[in-house]
Each structure stands twice: as structure tokens, then as C-alpha cells.
Design a protein around this ligand. Structure first.
Ligand SMILES: [Fe+2]
Length: 353
């Protein structure tokens, strides 16, 4: 007896996929891959950020970092810092793709020993008096709202000679430096560096409309160690009174390198903005993912359609190219920092509404 067997019609699409996969598997052994399979994700029509909007309440950060103070000393930890990890980038020690952010605690009597590294750092003081950061021979006492800079390879150490815990926000360009795989670091035998200048010398010498005779005419980063809030806050007030209020950003100043007028660091740039009471900002977006700190006041920021409410010392992140708009219930001051200078230097930075 003859049994008729049904022959399957070949599926040309299936055959093509099988042939392609076999081809991909073959070239993979030679460390090659087909660009056409990944091109759309590599060359996006507009920025597709891996990070998410995020907000950290200061009361949570303070509670947890004070707990860390009970289990490890600043010296043991080298730097006692809680990393603010973007929820979409957990395990990568970054707030945005290019920037690290953390909350650092230094308790009375503690020292965070002297070292230096290629990553530039900034400190934005959140709470407490009596701590100092010594950078390149200048010992700067830190007060809430102060913005301190430790540029690439500058020796620095911290200490607390006061009676209160002192907390600040650290932001470093570590992910950027590590992207280029250009990190170096060095520790010093002496825990504290010798200081050779007075507190506030660099701001007085370079940030007062004059420059020391013989000052360099070009400098990639600012010579100022501490842009004190005591000096910056009245400037915002004057801008406000003069009606110089940007519809998106409020009465805003950009921290500048007084030698060039450019950003304070080649990798990171920062602003300080006053939002008048009742301010309702127009929507804005830019390619630099931005870390904000509420210095004072109360308000909210709508990021990509979602409302984030902030109060004093809260930290929040706006990812690249996500539309945002600020609103202030009370007169408020926002500090912000991003990688805009790096993007501008590379011709990448864009902004929009
Ligand atoms: Fe450091």
C-alpha cells in the first residue's frame, strides 16, 4: 500500500531568517556583527535617555547617611557617601549617564584624608556648619548653599572642626572620565594638606571684577574654590528686582570661570536660579541631563508629564531631552549642574521647548 505524504510548502521568510541567523553566527566567531540589526538604536531620531526622572527627599538621605555614621568612620570609608543612583541605572553609581551624585556626611572631629583624582568634583552644601574643604592650599569653610570646586587632579581633603554633622551633595564627572577610561588617582601620606592661602582668597582675588596681576589668560577651569551662597544669593535678588527673569529658568546666574567667562569646569557647568513666588515656568528641554537641588523654598517640577514636588535640600534629576517646567509655591532657589560644557565643547548640545 502506498501512503501519500504531504510535503510542506517552504516558508521563504523563515528560510531567510534562518539563513541570516546562520550568517550572523558565523561572523560572530570573528567578532563581527551586522550593523543593520542595531542601527535604529544607535542612530536615534532624537535622544533616548537610559535614565529616568528621579527625586530624593533630603529627610530620607539624611536619615540613612547618619545611620552610616554609626557603622563606618569618614577615614575608614575614605569618603562616607551614599550614592544617589538613578532608578533606571542601578548598580552603575550614576545619577545621569555622565554624572555621579552622592550625599556625603562628615561628623564633628572627623577627617576625610587628602587625595586627588582626574575626576572633577563639586560640593553643594546642604546642611550644617563647621566643616571645611581644603583644595590646593585654600581651606574653605563650608556653609549651606556654598558651591565648592575640586578640579581635575587638585589635591583635596575635608574635615569637620565644628559641633554639627555636615552634609553636602557631591557631583563628579566620574562616569564621563570612566567612559574615556582616563581615570587616575593618588593618595597622600599626610591626611591634611598644608594650607597656604586664607579662606575666601580665591573668590576675592578672581571673583570680584579684578584679577591678580599676572593671572593666566587661559585656564580650563575656574581658579575659585568656593562660590559662597552669602555672595551669590544677593545677586539673584538683584536680578529679580531688575526684572531679569527667564520664562523657563527664573532669575538665573551661571557660575563662571572668571579667566575665560566660560564654565567652571570643562566637563560640568552649574547655575543658581531664583524662582519668584507663584512662578510658573514655560516648558524646556535640553540634551544635558541635569541634577537639581532645592536650596530654599517649595515647589514642583513637571518632568515628562509627571509632577515632582520638592522642598529644601531635595535633589532631583531631569534626564536628557525630557521636557520639564518648574513651578514655585514659595520664592525658591534651585541649584543645578549638568554636563552641558562637555556637550558644547563637542558640538552636541541642543535645547528646545
Ligand atoms: Fe576626592
Amino acid at each position: 500500500m502506498t501512503v501519500a505524504t504531504a510535503t510542506k510548502t517552504p516558508d521563504p521568510k523563515h528560510n531567510l531568517q534562518t539563513a541570516r541567523q546562520a550568517y550572523y553566527d558565523k561572523i560572530s566567531k570573528y567578532d563581527m556583527a551586522p550593523l543593520w540589526e542595531v542601527l535604529k538604536n544607535l542612530v536615534t531620531q532624537e535622544p533616548k535617555s537610559q535614565c529616568e526622572p528621579a527625586l530624593w527627599k533630603f529627610e530620607d538621605a539624611k536619615k540613612f547617611v547618619l545611620e552610616a555614621g554609626e557603622v563606618i568612620t569618614a577615614e575608614e570609608a575614605e569618603r562616607r557617601v551614599l550614592v544617589l543612583e538613578n532608578p533606571a541605572l542601578r548598580g552603575k553609581s550614576r545619577a545621569t549617564n555622565s554624572l555621579f551624585a552622592g550625599i556625603q556626611l562628615i561628623l564633628p572631629g572627623e577627617i576625610a584624608p587628602a587625595h586627588r583624582h582626574v575626576s572633577s568634583a563639586i560640593r553643594f552644601v546642604l546642611e550644617g556648619e563647621g566643616a571645611y574643604t581644603a583644595v590646593e592650599g585654600e581651606k574653605a569653610m563650608m556653609s549651606p548653599g556654598d558651591f565648592l570646586i575640586t578640579a581635575n587632579w587638585a589635591p583635596h581633603d575635608h574635615g569637620n572642626t565644628g559641633k554639627q554633622p555636615v552634609l553636602w551633595l557631591d557631583v563628579l564627572d566620574m562616569p564621563t572620565v570612566n567612559h574615556f577610561e582616563a581615570s587616575f588617582a593618588e593618595h597622600f601620606d599626610d591626611k591634611m594638606q598644608n594650607t597656604s592661602r586664607g579662606d575666601g582668597d580665591s573668590l576675592a582675588f578672581y571673583g570680584s571684577g579684578v584679577l591678580p596681576d599676572g593671572a593666566p589668560v587661559d585656564m580650563k577651569r575656574t581658579p575659585i574654590i568656593n562660590y559662597t551662597y552669602a555672595k551669590m544669593r544677593p545677586i539673584l535678588e538683584r536680578l529679580h528686582k531688575a526684572g531679569e527673569i527667564d520664562k523657563r529658568h527664573g532669575a538665573r546666574v551661571r557660575y563662571a570661570n572668571p579667566i575665560t567667562g566660560g564654565p567652571v569646569l570643562p566637563t560640568m557647568g552649574a547655575n543658581l536660579a531664583l524662582l519668584p513666588k507663584g512662578f510658573k515656568g514655560e516648558p524646556y528641554r535640553s540634551t544635558d541631563g541635569t541634577i537639581f537641588v532645592c536650596v530654599e523654598g517649595q515647589g514642583s517640577t513637571t518632568i515628562d508629564g509627571k509632577l515632582y514636588e520638592w522642598g529644601p535640600k531635595d535633589v532631583f534629576v531631569v534626564p536628557p531631552w525630557k521636557q520639564y517646567a518648574h513651578a514655585a509655591a514659595k520664592e525658591s532657589v534651585l541649584f543645578s549642574i549638568s554636563d552641558r560644557p562637555a556637550q558644547e565643547a563637542l558640538g552636541l548640545w541642543r535645547e528646545g521647548a
